[in-house]
Design a protein around this ligand. Structure first.
Ligand SMILES: [Zn+2]
Ligand SMILES: [Zn+2]
Ligand SMILES: [Zn+2]
Length: 153
């Protein structure tokens, strides 16, 4: 069984545990994202589903599907790029921590890593003492991946 299918099965099980359904369209969008190591916009996903699976998904439903997947932490939205990536913890059972996304500015590859020991409460405290309210704790960091670094050198 390939990696995408394996992740899909885990996603399906997680949805079942929460009493929600990973419908075939939701599965389709998720598998399109899982098969890409780059972030994709809703429109790019609509195109990919048409190309790869011969399925037409209207943009409005694509956004709804992505909202669903996002609310169950199966995908994440990168606020800066306005694109989506599949969560890299779909196959994990641990609690989802605060993520930071390393985004290669050369090849747009995205890697999700956990923010380690910093808890949402600590972050919230810092933000509030600066006079702001925390909306979304996720971090997006502008990087160059190792592969692109070697190419440039
Ligand atoms: Zn994640
Ligand atoms: Zn994990
Ligand atoms: Zn790169």
């Amino acid at each position: 069984m390939d990696r995408v299918n394996e992740s899909l099965q885990h996603a399906e099980r997680k949805c079942q545990q929460k009493g929600v359904r990973l419908t075939s369209k939701r599965k389709l969008v998720l598998s399109a994202l899982l098969s890409s190591d780059k972030a994709m916009s809703a429109y790019e996903l609509v195109d990919l589903c048409k190309e790869a699976f011969n399925e037409t998904i209207p943009a409005m439903s694509a956004y709804r599907i992505l909202d669903f997947l996002q609310s169950h932490q199966l995908v994440h939205k990168l606020q800066l790029a306005n694109k989506y990536v599949a969560c890299c913890h779909i196959e994990c059972d641990h609690r989802h921590e605060i993520s930071q996304f390393l985004i290669c500015r050369e090849c747009q590859r995205v890697k999700e890593i956990s923010l380690g020991n910093i808890t949402k409460n600590e972050l919230k405290h810092d933000v509030e003492s600066a006079g702001f309210h925390l909306v979304n704790p996720q971090l997006e960091i502008n990087c160059v991946c190792n592969e692109c670094t070697t190419k440039v050198a």
